[in-house]
Design a protein around this ligand. Sequence first.
Ligand SMILES: [Zn+2]
Ligand SMILES: [Zn+2]
Length: 386
Amino acid sequence: MKGLVLDAKWEPKAGYPVSDWEKQTGKAISGNSIWRHPKLEVREWPDPTPGPNDVVLAVQACGVCGSDMHFYETDKDDYVLYPGLTRFPTILGHEFAGKVVEVGPQVKTVKAGDMVTSEEMIWCGRCIPCRNGYPNHCTNLEEIGFTIPGAFATYIAVDEKYCWPINAIAERFGSEEKAYEVGALTEPTTVAYNGMIERAGGFRPGHYVSVFGAGPIGLAAIGIARAAGAGKIVAFEVSAPRRELARKVGADFVYDPREVSAGDRLMDLSQGQGFNFHVEAAGAPHLTIPEMEKALAINAKIVQIGRGAQRVPMYLETFQVRRSQVFGAQGHSGHETFPNVIRLVASGRLDLSPIITARYELKDTVAAIAQSTQRTDGKIMVKPNA
Ligand SMILES: [Zn+2]
Ligand SMILES: [Zn+2]
């Protein structure tokens, strides 16, 4: 089969202490400190052979993520920008949906012909965090499209326990093709849902919600805020096309944060009472959190979903006076998240299909990722079996 393979050289930066675990597993905990001279290419790769519990999917749609972009872009010394867990060479792509074409002998819940999407986090179910119910913090984590072969490929094998059916989405949209594209949005949407609903505990219908950053995660957060009954949704985003998408998926007010003082705008829009729920999806917390801090309602919540390797100036006195709190969130597994997102989409209450702004064939995946570096698209889809 064909797949978009990322290869790179294992050349730890001077001063990065490579751990024994990293040496043994070949997995870099901090990818941008180790992987140098990345090369992306659509090429031949062995067909997946399903284990007893695996299903093989013919991938119908796979979205380009910000992390894929951070493998394409490099720093001045030609190291990848992506700071997380990685092992190369492998096939990229982790936001996907496909048709089941083969199942292993032990598979019970999925059959050939089924339409499914899949989790990206291959949590082990055996480590202490997994056993305590925190699969997003698995200590034996593998990640599809980061440490094991991903879905910018003709086929992918996944254990059935990570697969979720999207038939109900197909019924809603009345089209298999549309259902696969929308199904491939499930993964980024679950990241926003996990942060907002599971980690931060959500908000009361009527509450005012701000979303900083309207890339795919921020756009999903806006859609979820609307579906969950927000009284007002305000988004801040530097890209004009993305501001337009933010409006389409439910933001009532959208601003370029370079042109307004975000905190002051939120205070004006809440008649001085502050916003109840703030979502950081910009990955620039050193810039966004101080603005949120200016506009904390009493009992306000801030949830950090974007990844940003900066320290953040915070004045905790404000958090005391405003009885406010900050929640850190990562991942998307467990806690009913996948099935609830699929339900919301199937009900029509959450429709993120307008955020899909470009489509590519598998052979052009490098061009798809190059386009994403413009940072003006919503979600770019690659369609390996279209
Ligand atoms: Zn992603
Ligand atoms: Zn685990």
